[in-house]
Ligand binder design. Structure first.
Ligand code: TRP
Length: 445
């Protein structure tokens, strides 16, 4: 079965794909991750990877989707044969797994937004903030409840369909996100002492250029462009034949980088202005950031804006993960969108609840020091996504290069030199680098 749904415009595709890319990865992980990995020594490779193998793989996924016109399984099977269909199923599973725990973190965003609405997050006491966050994640009812709320928002959007659900949501929310971020950045940068945060993020020194920083940058590139889980294949399948794939892909990459850099600028200058801990790790946006709001005039308003940003970013990404699974159930199991959504809702609620409970009553269950949540993240980021990216690279670079070439040049001619460069990246660089990264087991750190 093929897909009949389509984006209403090129912009719709770009904003939905950027919405997928710009998520908790950009806003929650990038600021502390860039700082911890040596500032510019991490950011420069991240930008280089994004515009080379990252962009090449984005184009490959979109091309496969548009040619295959179906879910990641149907599209990869149509383009590459039965075995690639099976590899596509890996993408569905990856998206499903990621969404189950992503939705738990999404739940924290809703919980904090709810706090912010009530004016409860501007607390000037680090210990209180820590215990507030600890209470949220370790109390089963709370954690499961907010996970449920976030999942329901995600399922509701996807149930409405590609154009009237996903595209419409992204069209309103992505520009909103951009404006809100700018407002918070201006506020942060005008604080005395803010410049130290900018230096922390962007300072460059050669001794920080380690293989670790570079591999982490590559892992982050993958996660931040939503590669290797079938997202862009699925979104590409709704793309009109009249859109130029390289150009649209470039936009997605530019927007993704722009959002990560803005997120860094939104958080770090203020963190430094108030002498807070930049290495707050995962707790940065839930424990450190609220401190900032307690120090500035109208902090409550900025807190509200900030948690809206976080929720918007998380929601448009979660929606993309769910669409992969939904398109698969529609295409391969011939379920209607509504029924597929209900199946996902129930199963993701159950699996996600295990992740949610792994911070509380089930925290004793660990595999090599990782609770269920961390374990699932580790397996997805270090093995399943890279494997998905590897499969896409082999398919587009070797098995179906003529298809890839045709898709890339369908609207606008590109020079032979550019096409050769693209092929080198997809057929050689991407598989080699991904194999090295899988081997090192360092994806996502
Ligand atoms: N890119 C998103 C982020 O930065 C997360 C995400 C959405 C993702 N879809 C994905 C990550 C697919 C990996 C694969 O938060």
């Amino acid at each position: 079965m093929t897909n009949n749904a389509q984006w209403s415009s090129r912009l719709g595709f770009i904003l939905a794909s950027a919405g997928s890319a710009i998520g908790l990865g950009a806003i929650w992980k990038f600021p502390f991750w860039a700082g911890a990995n040596g500032g510019a020594a991490f950011i420069i490779p991240y930008i280089v990877f994004t515009f080379t193998i990252g962009l090449a793989l984005v184009m490959a996924e979109v091309a496969i989707g548009r040619r295959g016109r179906g879910s990641v399984v149907s599209a990869m099977r149509r383009v590459g044969g039965r075995w690639f269909g099976t590899l596509g199923a890996l993408g569905v599973l990856t998206s499903f797994f990621i969404l189950s725990y992503y939705s738990v973190v999404g739940g924290w965003c809703v919980a904090y937004l709810w706090d912010a609405i009530q004016g409860n997050v501007t607390i000037n006491d680090a210990n209180l903030l820590k215990s507030h966050f600890g209470h949220l994640v370790s109390t089963p009812e709370l954690n499961v409840f907010w996970h449920f709320v976030f999942l329901t928002l995600t399922c509701g959007t996807v149930a409405l369909g590609v154009e009237s659900g996903i595209e419409r949501l992204s069209k309103y929310l992505m520009p909103t996100l951009f404006i809100l971020m700018l407002a918070i950045i201006v506020r942060g940068l005008t604080l005395p002492g803010a410049w130290a945060g900018v230096e922390y993020l962007f300072n460059f020194s050669w001794d920080k250029v380690t293989s670790n920083a570079i591999l982490n940058a590559m892992g982050f590139t993958f996660f931040s462009l939503s590669l290797g889980a079938g997202i862009l294949v699925t979104y590409g399948s709704y793309l009109s034949d009249k859109t130029d794939v390289p150009n649209a892909s470039l936009w997605v990459a530019v927007l993704a980088i722009q959002a990560a850099l803005l997120a860094g600028l939104m958080i770090m200058p203020a963190v430094f202005a108030f002498g807070l801990e930049p290495n707050g790790g995962p707790g940065l946006v839930f424990v450190t950031v609220p401190m900032i709001f307690s120090h500035i005039p109208f902090g409550g308003v900025f807190a509200l804006l900030f948690y809206i940003c976080l929720l918007v970013a998380a929601l448009t990404s979660a929606v993309s993960l769910l669409e992969v699974v939904t398109a698969y159930l529609q295409n391969e199991w011939h379920l209607s969108r509504k029924v597929a959504t209900i199946v996902n809702w129930v199963s993701l609620f159950l699996l996600g609840s295990v992740s949610a409970l792994s911070f509380g009553p089930w925290s004793g269950f660990t595999v090599s020091g990782r609770n269920f949540f961390d374990l699932l993240d580790y397996i997805c980021s270090n093995y399943m996504m890279p494997l998905g990216g590897f499969a896409v690279a082999i398919l587009a670079g070797w098995v179906a290069w003529p298809m890839m070439r045709q898709q890339i040049t369908a609207v606008k001619p590109y020079s032979e030199a550019a096409l050769s460069l693209l092929r080198i990246m997809i057929a050689f660089l991407a598989p080699i680098l991904v194999a090295v990264a899988i081997y090192q087991g360092l994806f996502g750190g």
